[in-house]
Design a binder for this molecule. Structure first.
Ligand code: ADP
Ligand code: ADP
Length: 226
């Protein structure tokens, strides 16, 4: 079963810059998938289109068979997004941020509280649950972003450069946590410009450059070629 299906995706930004130039991609359910490429290759744009933060110019995107254009809410309900920038309200505390997020997806309050507790504990944020999140360290903020993306229990977790600016110790913890989520059946798609990260984690990989996929293969096959 395909978790994600992209065909003929194009994105031209206002002003005429073509960031994605006809991209095809398939990700199977349960996969751990990397979209690897240099800065400016079109990774964030592609993720933006999948999560409907960016309007595509052309092409088709389906999430578990549901067209993001025709069945937007359903398609979105499968997806959890961890964007690069910290875009939560820094004046709010982690617990509140998580419970509010669940609220946007219609999760009942009681379940939202239980889930928030679970993820705050798993991600080692429980002690900080009631502190304004601006007081959290960068690594804690990054983990809060992951917890927030999990609050509606998505089938697919999409992370844009998840360990950018994260030190090696925390990076290893985050990798372990992502592996654990994947082993529970969550499909994981991450972008990175860092081959080692893809190598450590991912089963399949697509390499993107100048808005086009230039390689799409298993991690094993790629490594045997290098
Ligand atoms: P990546 O995530 O691989 O670094 P992006 O998808 O962020 O790449 O960007 C791809 C290209 O599109 C870059 O050249 C970037 O400058 C350009 N771009 C991104 N967002 C916009 C925008 N809102 N308007 C115009 N150009 C953009
Ligand atoms: P809530 O409505 O859930 O209580 P708010 O989003 O109103 O939370 O934020 C709480 C407080 O923080 C408010 O007083 C709001 O004005 C302030 N606040 C939120 N975001 C910013 C920001 N980016 N800069 C300055 N103040 C902010």
């Amino acid at each position: 079963q395909l978790a994600l299906e992209i065909s003929g995706l194009k994105k031209t930004y206002k002003g005429g810059f073509q960031a994605v130039k006809g991209l095809d991609l398939e990700v199977s359910k349960g996969d751990f998938f990397a979209l690897l490429g240099p800065n400016g290759a079109g990774k964030s744009t592609t993720i933006g289109v999948i999560t409907s933060l960016v309007n595509k110019t052309e092409g088709l995107v389906k999430v578990f068979g549901h067209d993001i254009e025709k069945e937007l809410d359903l398609a979105k309900s499968f997806l959890g997004l961890v964007p690069q920038e910290f875009n939560f309200n820094q004046f709010e505390a982690p617990l509140k941020i998580l419970v509010n997020q669940a609220g946007y997806y219609g999760v009942p309050r009681k379940i939202a509280n239980q889930r928030a507790e679970k993820y705050l504990k798993q991600l080692d944020l429980w002690q900080k649950r009631n502190e304004p999140s601006r007081n959290l360290s960068g690594g804690m903020k990054r983990r809060l972003m992951i917890a927030r993306a999990l609050m509606h229990e998505p089938q697919v977790l999409i992370l844009d450069e998840p360990t950018a600016g994260v030190d090696i110790e925390l990076r290893r913890h985050m990798w372990d946590y992502l592996r654990e989520l994947n082993s529970q059946g969550i499909t994981i798609i991450l972008t990175t410009h860092y081959l080692e990260e893809a190598e450590m984690l991912c089963r399949n990989i697509a390499i993107i450059d100048h808005g086009k996929i230039v390689e799409n293969t298993s991690m094993k096959a790629l490594l045997s070629k290098l």
